[in-house]
Design a protein around this ligand. Structure first.
Ligand code: PMV
Length: 318
C-alpha cells in the first residue's frame, strides 16, 4: 500500500493580472487530498471519500459506477491512470477540499495520485517531475486551460511567487479564514471576461493589472515581518481592483464585508478566478472564531486554514 497527500491552495494576491505576466502570490493550505493505492489483481477500482462525493466507487474493469456525481474526480484520476498505464490497483481518494471552489482540489488530487502511483510502481520522481506531469495532466483534462499555479503549490507547498517564472518564497505560516460562497466557480469564463475587457479597454485595465502586481510585491515583506494590519489593507485594495475588473459577486462582496465588519478581519478579498467560489480573510484582534461566526451569519461556509504548508508527501510506503 502506498499513500501520498498534497495540499490545496489560496491565491493571496495577483489573480487575473498574473495571466498577463505580472506578479502573483499563492500559498499552500493545510486542507489536503490523500490518495492511497493497493494491489488489486484483475481490477482497477477507484473509491473516493471526497467531501461532495462521499461513498462513490467506480470499477473501471466493469465500468460500474455507484454515483453519478463522480464525473469531476474521475476525469482527473482517469488521466493519471492512463499516464501510468495502471493495472491491478485500487485507488482511494480522500479530500477535505471542496471541489470546484478555487482551492485547488483537482490539482491536489492529481499531484497526490501521481506521487502515490509512481512510487507504488517503483519509480522515484523528483518534485520537479511530479509538478510537470501533474500540470500537463490537469491541463489536458481542462482542455488546454489552466495555469501551473495549483499543481506547483500542491507539489512544492509553502508560498510561491508567480510571474514569468515560479519562485519559492521563505515566509512564515499564517492563519487565515476561507469563506466559501457555495456558488459555482468557472475559471475559464472569468478569465475570458477579464481578458476581453483588457482587449477593449487596454488603457484602463493594464494600469489595474500593474497595480495588482505591485500589491503582490509589496505584500511579500509584510508577510515576512508579520505586519498583518498593513497586509490586510493591501488585501482590501486587491479586492477593490478585482471588483473593478468585474469578477466579484454579491455573495463574495457580502462575505468580504462581513469579514471586515462583524468578523473584525484586518482585510479580506476574493481568491481565485471569482464569480463565485471563495474569499479569504486575515483574522484581526477579534480572532479566528469571531470571523468564522461572521462568515456563517453571512451564509458562507468558513474554513480555518494555515497558509505556507508542506507540499506533496508520502504518508506511508508499506
Ligand atoms: O480560481 P482558480 O484557482 O482557478 O484561479 C485562477 C487564477 C487566475 O489568475 C484567474 C487564472 C490563472 O490561470 O492564473
Amino acid at each position: 500500500m502506498t499513500t501520498a497527500s498534497a495540499p490545496g491552495k489560496i491565491i493571496l494576491f495577483g489573480e487575473h493580472a498574473v495571466v498577463s505576466g505580472v506578479t502573483a502570490l499563492g500559498g499552500a493550505i493545510d486542507l489536503r487530498a490523500k490518495v492511497t493505492v493497493r494491489d488489486l489483481p484483475g481490477c482497477v477500482l477507484i473509491k473516493t471519500e471526497e467531501l461532495a462525493l462521499r461513498g462513490f466507487s467506480l470499477d473501471l474493469t466493469t465500468g460500474r459506477l455507484t454515483s453519478t456525481k463522480a464525473a469531476h474526480a474521475t476525469r482527473y484520476i482517469s488521466a493519471v491512470l492512463r499516464e501510468f498505464d495502471v493495472r491491478d490497483m485500487q485507488i482511494c481518494i480522500e479530500s477535505s477540499l471542496p471541489p470546484a471552489a478555487g482551492l485547488g482540489s483537482s490539482a491536489s488530487i492529481v499531484v497526490a495520485a501521481v506521487a502515490a502511483i509512481s512510487r507504488h510502481q517503483g519509480q522515484s520522481l523528483s518534485r520537479k517531475e511530479i509538478a510537470a506531469i501533474s500540470y500537463q495532466l490537469e491541463k489536458k483534462v481542462q482542455q488546454g486551460l489552466g495555469s501551473p499555479m495549483d499543481t506547483a503549490l500542491a507539489t512544492y507547498g509553502g508560498y510561491l511567487q508567480f510571474s514569468q517564472k515560479i519562485q519559492p518564497l521563505d515566509l512564515p505560516l499564517q492563519e487565515m479564514v476561507v469563506g466559501y460562497t457555495k456558488m459555482p466557480h468557472d475559471t475559464k469564463y472569468e478569465v475570458e471576461k477579464v481578458q476581453d475587457l483588457k482587449k477593449r479597454y487596454f488603457d484602463l485595465v493594464d494600469p489595474i493589472f500593474q497595480a495588482i502586481g505591485a500589491l503582490s510585491e509589496k505584500a511579500i515583506p509584510l508577510i515576512r515581518e508579520r505586519n498583518l494590519a498593513e497586509l490586510g489593507r493591501l488585501m482590501n485594495v486587491n479586492h477593490g481592483l478585482l471588483a473593478a475588473l468585474g469578477v466579484s459577486s454579491r455573495e463574495l462582496d457580502e462575505l468580504v464585508h462581513a469579514a471586515r465588519g462583524a468578523g473584525g478581519a484586518f482585510g479580506a478579498k476574493l481568491t481565485g478566478a471569482g464569480g463565485g467560489g471563495c474569499m479569504i480573510a486575515l483574522p484581526g484582534a477579534a480572532g479566528v472564531d469571531a470571523l468564522m461566526v461572521a462568515l456563517r451569519q453571512a451564509r458562507g461556509v468558513p474554513f480555518k486554514v494555515v497558509t505556507g504548508c508542506e507540499g506533496v508527501r508520502l504518508e506511508g510506503d508499506l
